[in-house]
Design a protein around this ligand. Structure first.
Ligand SMILES: C[S@@+](CC[C@H](N)C(=O)[O-])C[C@H]1O[C@@H](n2cnc3c(N)ncnc32)[C@H](O)[C@@H]1O
Length: 311
């Protein structure tokens, strides 16, 4: 989607210039995480899940983490991190503790068991979040922490209606996602009439490229789709311009908490009114934590989860 493209553009600019404001905000967010989890970064084995351009991984390493696994599916972003690391003299430098892995985080198995899995703005991108939670529980060291921070708080009505409106717009004919899927089908099956392409586009939402190809081949043989898969209003569609990964979805943090507790985590939720670089929000954040979660989560933009593996 457009938002992802502009994020990549911002990222490229950032890689080039190390934007001071962003850096300060990221250091601030790691400081806050460290307080919320009650842990020091020093000597941690950190898995930076969906690390993006990896600036936070670099901050973890510079703060003394013993090992940092920087994991992401996006080669372009990881290459940004790689070229940064290559430009440093690493032999005696803490940044040498960073190990880059191009992988889906829900299937990445590090050599050392992480003591901290840090995930900032990634769970809203995952189609199957439970898989990520299960895997995190499996690979974390005993007593280790899974930290989750995300702004797609479904309990905040303003956020959820904004996000759902974006999906609707992108999935409507002429919308970016609809048109992207249509182009994909057209380029693979140029023989179809426009009306057929529209029917197929409309009914192959939530499918990966190989599934779409398979569905269309079935349609050619049987003159119907095996299963129509059309857009559902409250479910994030897949973005063809971004490797058919799901667009940012919404998260019910109470449900997430219940799921993590069932797995065996001890879980705390923190409402968060964003902006680590805006000092005015610090007292607001502290104040908001005095209210019952049922109330504050309806207004908070982001939510932080601290999940500790008990056994
Ligand atoms: C919004 S960015 C956040 C990046 C970084 N955590 C930060 O806060 O700056 C989401 C990142 O998650 C990555 N991502 C999405 N799905 C993933 C998956 N299944 N495994 C690993 N990374 C994933 C994307 O490639 C992207 O870099």
């Amino acid at each position: 989607m457009g938002a992802i493209k502009s994020q990549i553009k911002d990222g490229e600019k950032f890689i080039g210039s190390f934007d001071r404001q962003i850096l300060i905000a990221q250091i601030g967010s790691i400081g806050l995480m460290s307080r919320e989890c009650g842990l020091k970064i020093e000597d941690q084995i950190v898995l930076d899940a969906g690390c993006g351009f990896g600036t936070r991984s670099m901050i973890f390493a510079l703060l003394g983490a013993k090992k940092v696994y920087s994991v992401d599916v996006d080669k372009v972003r990881l290459n940004g991190l790689k070229s940064h690391l290559e430009s440093w003299e690493l032999s005696y430098h803490p940044l040498k503790n960073i190990e880059i892995a191009i992988s889906e985080v829900q299937s990445f198995s590090p050599a050392l068991a992480p003591t901290l899995i840090y995930s900032n703005e990634i769970i809203s991108h995952l189609w199957n979040r439970e898989e990520f939670y299960n895997h995190s529980y499996e690979i974390l060291s005993k007593g280790g922490t899974l930290y989750i921070s995300d702004t797609n708080n479904s309990l905040n009505k303003r956020i959820s209606s904004h996000r759902e409106a974006l999906w609707r717009e992108a999935e409507a004919p002429k919308g970016t996602i609809y048109e992207g899927r249509k182009r994909f089908i057209k380029s693979n099956f140029p023989e179809f009439k426009d009306s057929e392409i529209d029917y197929l586009t409309m009914n192959t939402c939530y499918q990966k490229p190989d599934e779409i190809i398979e569905a269309v081949k079935y349609y050619i043989d049987e003159e119907k789709l095996k299963k129509e898969s059309s857009f559902i209003e409250d479910r994030a569609p897949f973005d063809p311009e971004y490797d058919f990964l799901p667009c940012e979805g919404l998260i019910d943090f109470f449900e997430t908490k219940a799921y993590l507790e069932k797995l065996g985590f001890k879980v705390e939720l923190f409402p968060h009114f964003c902006g680590a670089k805006r000092p005015i929000l610090r007292p607001i954040n502290s104040f908001s934590r005095l209210f019952p979660l049922m109330f504050s989560l309806r207004y908070a933009r982001a939510v932080h989860i601290v999940a500790t593996k008990c056994s």
